[in-house]
Design a protein around this ligand. Structure first.
Ligand SMILES: *[C@@H]1O[C@H](CO)[C@@H](O)[C@H](O)[C@H]1NC(C)=O
Ligand SMILES: *[C@@H]1O[C@H](CO)[C@@H](O)[C@H](O)[C@H]1NC(C)=O
Ligand SMILES: *[C@@H]1O[C@H](CO)[C@@H](O)[C@H](O)[C@H]1NC(C)=O
Ligand SMILES: *[C@@H]1O[C@H](CO)[C@@H](O)[C@H](O)[C@H]1NC(C)=O
Ligand SMILES: *[C@@H]1O[C@H](CO)[C@@H](O)[C@H](O)[C@H]1NC(C)=O
Ligand SMILES: *[C@@H]1O[C@H](CO)[C@@H](O)[C@H](O)[C@H]1NC(C)=O
Length: 480
């Protein structure tokens, strides 16, 4: 009896702890911990090193003939009838010697696919799957139903207005893999390079997209991936004799871009949203120095633990949302996000017929790979200088934030924008969607900041209609 009870606790922990977006599961904490330990031995990884390692064209380009046809998905098991767009998925080899290949999923637009832009979507972690989380839980055309085997259509899917390419990155995430296991000890530099090599090869496989307007968006730790990949594209475009990628803009959602503002913004958000006490907040302010040169003292660590305990088991990716529990109502619905969605996805993507339909290698699919996050090798303390370069390079830079996220909260984004030292051009105003405030906007010089009201960390999961409205504005390059 007692053993059965303990086992059942264990089992439910296993289920909930392993899904990205599962309550209490926090892959970003892995790198924050690494970041803190690096800082205490005064070994910060500088942006300079990243920049000099960045330019490596030409990149490996493998034969792509016939692979596009092979990658076409005829239909996903359990897919609703009347699906009116094309889907593709498969592998692109980025390193033939190591046997390293990245998995992608492309959803084309039902209308105007041949003229709509191409948008790359990246989830963070590091180690979390853009296909399972981004496509199946957030902005893709399908959601997995509570039966774990059928799909329903997401009418607010972003492929309504763009051809959306989901990339599982780096190798080891989702269906992406390497035949050389040491490749799973990776970091920011390798991730950016592999993503770039992926794009150059993918554009050979889908040459109709070569000169198409191209955008990159994503969230969370993709706040590192996106600026670094964009910078690599901008730099390589100037010198490459391979494909020039027509990068027009980037949008960073609830993005981890700076270690100091991540910490200060999060604890200020916890305090201002009545999640931690005055005493803990004051204790953090007077004992913690989160700057790059600062050291994290024992007194500070103690207050941080107190904050974690005080927060208790709220769902900190969306602080007012219900938890996934056996009593939660599991009627499939797009506009009311089912907090157990991660579990359905986990089951669905491990069905052999689903993996086969996706042209994936048969594997045990996980929404996040903890090994990757815990062994992350390199990351700068901040990517704000990279973002500043991009702002000056003429591409459209947007920062957006779901305002009920406690993981990378809106305060963090605002503190990061302060550090970018840009100036307000169009002051704060509410943007409207269906006669309600969808959120707020500030137009800065070379930067747009947009909040999405009532959305947590996974913005399109919680506010699908507002998210699609914001995304459409971003592609049009117009403030919402
Ligand atoms: C990895 O190894 C398997 C088995 O040898 C091989 O079939 C596959 O093509 C390799 N993957 C890559 C990307 O080279
Ligand atoms: C397709 O493009 C045309 C021309 O730009 C536009 O008028 C039409 O609204 C678009 N259709 C959809 C469904 O987006
Ligand atoms: C591109 O440049 C590299 C040297 O930077 C050269 O080895 C390669 O042959 C060039 N490729 C083409 C197609 O011109
Ligand atoms: C944090 O520490 C750094 C380096 O010691 C120092 O320059 C800075 O003033 C400190 N910040 C605060 C708020 O005390
Ligand atoms: C769906 O999968 C989850 C595990 O991911 C499991 O707990 C649940 O019982 C499954 N639901 C059904 C209807 O089989
Ligand atoms: C904005 O871009 C222009 C043109 O590239 C550049 O001169 C200016 O410094 C940029 N300002 C900011 C704040 O990024």
């Amino acid at each position: 009896m007692k053993i059965a009870f303990l086992l059942s606790i264990h089992f439910s922990l296993l289920i909930f702890v392993h899904c990205y977006g599962g309550n209490g599961y926090d892959p970003l904490e892995n790198v924050l911990r690494i970041q803190r330990s690096k800082r205490s031995v005064h070994d910060p990884i500088k942006n300079k090193e990243l920049n000099t390692e960045y330019s490596y064209p030409p990149v490996y380009v493998g034969p792509q003939d016939g692979l596009k046809d092979f990658d076409k998905i005829s239909s996903l098991p359990g897919q609703p009838t009347g699906t009116d767009f094309d889907q593709y998925s498969g592998y692109v080899t980025v390193d033939p010697h190591h046997g390293r290949a990245l998995f992608y999923y492309l959803t084309e637009s039902p209308f105007n696919s041949s003229t709509n832009p191409l948008v790359l979507w990246l989830n963070g972690g590091p180690g979390c799957s853009s296909f399972g989380n981004g496509a199946m839980m957030e902005l893709g055309p399908f959601r997995v139903n509570a039966d774990n085997v059928t799909l329903s259509h997401n009418k607010y899917a972003w492929n309504n207005v763009a051809n959306v390419l989901f990339l599982e990155s780096p190798a080891g995430v989702g269906f992406s893999y390497s035949n050389t296991s040491s490749d799973y000890e990776t970091g920011d530099i390798q991730t950016a390079q592999d993503s770039y090599t992926f794009l150059v090869n993918w554009l050979e496989r889908f040459p109709e997209y070569k000169s198409r307007d191209f955008y990159i968006t994503g969230e969370s730790y993709a706040g590192h991936y996106i600026p670094q990949l964009a910078q690599l594209i901008v730099q390589n475009n100037k010198i490459t004799n391979q494909t020039v990628i027509n990068l027009k803009g980037i949008a960073l959602g609830n993005a981890y871009v700076d270690s100091e503002t991540e910490n200060t913004g999060m604890y200020d958000y916890f305090w201002s949203h009545a999640i931690i006490s005055d005493e803990i907040h004051e204790g953090i302010i007077s004992n913690c120095n989160f700057s790059e040169a600062g050291t994290i003292t024992e007194a500070c660590e103690d207050y941080l633990s107190q904050a974690k305990a005080a927060r208790s088991n709220i769902y900190f990716y969306d602080i007012y949302a219900p938890l996934c529990s056996s009593s939660s109502n599991s009627t499939p619905s797009i506009s009311e996000f089912d907090p157990c969605t991660g579990n359905y996805i986990d089951s669905y993507l491990n069905i052999a017929a689903v993996q086969q339909a996706l042209h994936a290698k048969p594997v045990y699919w996980e929404s996040c790979n903890d090994f990757i996050g815990k062994h992350w090798q390199d990351m700068p303390f901040t990517v704000l200088p990279v973002i500043q370069d991009l702002m000056a390079s003429g591409i459209n830079v947007w920062i957006y934030s779901g305002d009920t996220d406690g993981r990378v909260p809106v305060t963090t984004s605002r503190y990061s924008i302060d550090k970018l030292e840009t100036s307000v051009e169009k002051p704060w105003y509410p943007w409207m969607h269906e006669d309600e405030v969808g959120g707020y906007v500030v137009g800065y010089q070379n930067l747009t900041f947009v909040t999405i009201r009532g959305a947590g960390h996974f913005v399109p999961s919680y506010q699908p209609a507002r998210a699609l409205a914001f995304f459409s504005s971003f592609l049009e390059g117009k403030l919402p």
